[in-house]
Design a protein around this ligand. Sequence first.
Ligand code: SAM
Length: 327
Amino acid sequence: KYNPEGDAEFLEDESTKIFARKVAEHYSARTNQTLEEREASVIIHLKKLNNWIKSVLVQLYARRGDAVLDLACGKGGDLIKWDKARIGYYVGIDIAEGSIEDCRTRYNGDADHHQRRKKFSFPARLICGDCYEARLDHVLADDAPFDICSCQFALHYSWSTEARARRALANISALLRPGGILIGTMPDANVIVKKLREAQGLMFGNSVYGIRFDEEYAEKKFSASSPFGIKYLFHLEDAVDCPEWIVPFHVFKSLAEEYDLELVFVKNSHEFVHEYLKKPEFVDLMRRLGALGDGNQDQSTLSPDEWEVAYLYLSFVLRKRGQPDRT
Ligand code: SAM
């Protein structure tokens, strides 16, 4: 059981830290793209679809004036989404120094390469740190509690050890107010494991992505001795090249419950698209983001290979137990 005061169970070994560094260096080294470079990317429509999914999550759960904690905020690609939701305060944390620098630049509006825009309407605090290693409740004592915590395309980096997975959930739980919401996206282990079973060997992919398991980790997965530390190398053209970890969702769900976080919903991205494209406001949003052609077929502008990558991800919403203290 989780003991908020005791750190003994949260010990990590050195190799975990080395992998966390690898992930940080990979993201830090990714330079900001110009608008032209971004539009020329082979996965531009996938990027737009992912932005749409994140925008829908923000619009569904953010309320005017909310205090938001963006764990693994990256370069601040979601700042505009939060601004549109009229939040009151934003804290962004990421392990990659380069990404936090880009996020700061974007927030300050000096060299925003995507669009010249007015200043953001909310105050923000941007911090460089490992969200899955350190206790954040001390660091953020003056900022907590938060109404919403968002962890987009990043929670799976905590699944290298049980200690880190627990630290991630302990941090989120400690920082959310009762009734507060966690929104996120991460790889869908069911899909990845299914594809591995169907693959000839330990690798699979298409023209835009590749996944490779080590022998050792594949065996570990099949023996199911531990649901943590099941590593694979993920390559996504023009975006990602680093070690990632399988997150069996049923384990995530029950571990989250130990930290008073209850599942509201989980949906694979394909299901998410089908469900929310039934709502006219989200169809408009998708069109504005340029992720939808003129027809109403959801994947019309994504190539089949991009659409297959979308299938590798899921979205989830959890709620911190307790009575909300607002109406
Ligand atoms: N959330 C952002 C978004 O949706 O645009 C960035 C997503 S990017 C795919 C994953 C991010 O997770 C990177 O910025 C990376 O530096 C961050 N990350 C990975 N491990 C982390 C850790 N231990 N603590 C904080 N951030 C981490």
